[in-house]
Write a protein that binds this ligand. Structure first.
Ligand SMILES: Cc1cc2nc3c(=O)[nH]c(=O)nc-3n(C[C@H](O)[C@H](O)[C@H](O)COP(=O)(O)OP(=O)(O)OC[C@H]3O[C@@H](n4cnc5c(N)ncnc54)[C@H](O)[C@@H]3O)c2cc1C
Length: 505
């Protein structure tokens, strides 16, 4: 495509959603993706272990799949995407045999949450959440400040949310539940990003991840995460947009303070008539893609000190049988979290923050084939896991990686004796390998930078550029480094595209 109206740099979910929004408005859109073989960024699937075993390389569970305003508006399901769920959404077993599960069914919520009193408390919270979810997600995910959804929520719901959420995730869990099994659930979810149990104002993020699982659940697309990406690409092409793979952008061309196009790694220049949207990291955009003269000095300084989240160590296995969890409910759960208690999670977060490789890694474990058997040959299963780790180690990750992968297996084996005997093959990505696959995953950070409260809302990625515009006219940041941040909801791209279209009109 020659002289498109808009160029989108990067084809992660945010880039593809932005491209779709613009293409549907009649603009000519070109998406440039650095990866040589596939689009999707951290939303992709590959046969990493053995032929026929389809593994999600990054995002594996889509709590916003059914509820994201962007996905609803783009009507992904009408375009053929199918979401499926396992019986339970998440199970939180411990070595002592106690457990709690997040379920979508109200009876299962009450029956499997640590103790009868905790089950009743969780079911009541899920009922409250179901009543406010749509307005709450609009308030949290649309461009900040989203006042109308706040008004629609109403004073009683806002007061309840404030009472619940203006605290740490551990504080929220202790205020609601009596058993350790129930208490470890919500803080476990905060550690999907870099929010530890005792972190100031960590509750909102952990609450959203936990409670959206009671409505849409930790859904997975049939065929792998790549099905979501492929749907977005197909829809884009149907609206006249174009995707180019192996097209790494090395510079944004700026003339007279306005973005006019990009330069590719092979030297080719491509002009954009109306604007450029960057589904890139914020430091990558401001420090590498833009020339010094185009970025205020204080922004460059902030980007050099940009606070990343934790690193990620991601593993995948091909298995000959399902994981033999000691806790039966875990055998029916899409996600299993390995963490004994709030104290265990606090210890883990402290170790990662201090730069140590955790001895007892907290784990997010995914059992995709329970919901979608098409991802493995008959009788076989896939297993997915990640832990949070220091992004960089003094001697590099290569020396530590194999040992850490063994430690992860040990932790699963302790909860599921016999697990190791089911392993046919293993694959892992250390943080440096995730970054090599997708330049946005700096140090293996899956969160688009830290998700601490002081990196949210007006501070994301840096005040006053929290509404996608940048100091360069016609240039927008549309990745998870922008509000509302990490997760596959496409809302960073959706919001940025609307603002770019408004500016271009
Ligand atoms: C291991 C892992 C597990 C995760 N699990 C979940 C989960 O279960 N659920 C969930 O909701 N989220 C999960 N996430 C987070 C989620 O994947 C991200 O929040 C989401 O993918 C961010 O989308 P994005 O479009 O902003 O960026 P990305 O998905 O990172 O895509 C960015 C794209 O831009 C391209 N790019 C960057 N720079 C350039 C350049 N200069 N030129 C050309 N192309 C460029 C990259 O190659 C990449 O394709 C996970 C992430 C990881 C890594």
């Amino acid at each position: 495509m020659r002289d498109p109206d808009f160029i989108v740099i990067g084809s992660g979910p945010n880039g593809l959603v932005a491209a779709n929004v613009l293409a549907r408005r009649g603009y000519r859109v070109l998406v440039l993706e650095a990866h040589p073989r596939r689009p999707g960024g951290a939303v992709a699937s590959e046969e990493l272990t053995r032929p026929g075993f389809i593994h999600d390389v990054g995002a594996g569970f889509f709590s916003f799949g059914r509820s994201s305003p962007a996905f609803r508006e783009l009507e992904l399901e009408a375009a053929g995407l199918r979401w499926v769920n396992a019986h339970f959404e998440s199970c939180h077993p411990a070595l002592d045999g106690t457990y709690a599960c997040i379920a979508r069914d109200p009876h299962e919520q009450a029956a499997h949450f640590g103790s009868p009193a905790d089950g009743a408390a969780f079911a009541a919270l899920a009922r409250f959440h179901a009543g406010v979810e749509r307005n709450l997600l609009d308030a949290l995910l649309r461009p900040f400040p989203a006042l109308l959804p706040l008004v629609k929520l109403g004073v009683p719901a806002l007061a309840r949310l404030a009472t619940l959420l203006l605290r740490s995730s551990g504080g929220l869990a202790r205020s609601l539940f009596e058993s350790e099994a129930a208490r470890r659930v919500i803080p476990s979810l905060g550690l999907h990003v870099d929010v530890g149990p005792e972190d100031t104002l960590g509750a909102p993020l952990a609450y959203v991840l936990g409670l959206t699982a009671t409505t849409g659940g930790y859904a997975v697309p049939v065929g792998g995460a790549r099905a979501l990406t492929n749907t977005l690409v197909t829809m884009l092409e149907q609206h006249g947009g174009h995707l180019m793979l192996g097209a790494e952008v090395t510079r944004v061309i700026v003339r007279g303070g306005r973005a006019e196009g990009v330069v590719l790694a092979n030297g080719e220049q491509i002009r954009a008539r109306l604007g450029v949207l960057a589904d890139t990291s914020a430091p990558g955009l401001y420090l590498a893609l833009l020339e010094r003269k185009d970025v205020p000095r204080w922004v460059r300084r902030r980007m050099r000190r940009f606070e990343l989240g934790f690193g990620t160590f991601k593993l995948d296995w091909a298995l000959s049988a399902p994981v033999p969890w000691r806790v039966e409910a875990a055998r029916r759960s899409a996600v299993v979290h390995a963490a004994e208690s709030i104290d265990d999670l606090t210890r883990f977060a402290r170790e990662v923050r201090s730069g140590r490789v955790p001895e007892q890694p907290y784990l997010v474990i995914g059992q995709h084939t329970l919901a979608d058997p098409s991802r493995a040959p008959a009788g076989g299963h896939t297993l997915y896991a990640y832990s949070r780790v220091p992004p960089y180690l003094p001697g590099g990750w290569h020396k530590e990686a194999e040992r850490f992968a063994d430690r992860v297996e040990e932790r699963i084996e302790a909860l599921a004796p016999g697990f190791r005997q089911t392993i046919l093959a293993r694959h892992y990505f250390a943080p440096s390998e995730l970054e090599a696959m997708d330049a946005n995953l700096l140090g293996g950070d899956l969160g688009g930078g830290s998700n601490a409260w002081y990196h949210q809302l007006v501070f994301r990625p840096v005040f006053p550029y929290f509404r996608y515009r940048t100091p360069v006219r016609g240039l927008y940041l549309c990745s998870s480094y922008a509000h509302p941040g990490a997760g596959v909801h496409g809302m960073c791209g959706f919001n940025a595209a609307q603002i770019a279209a408004r500016d271009a009109a």
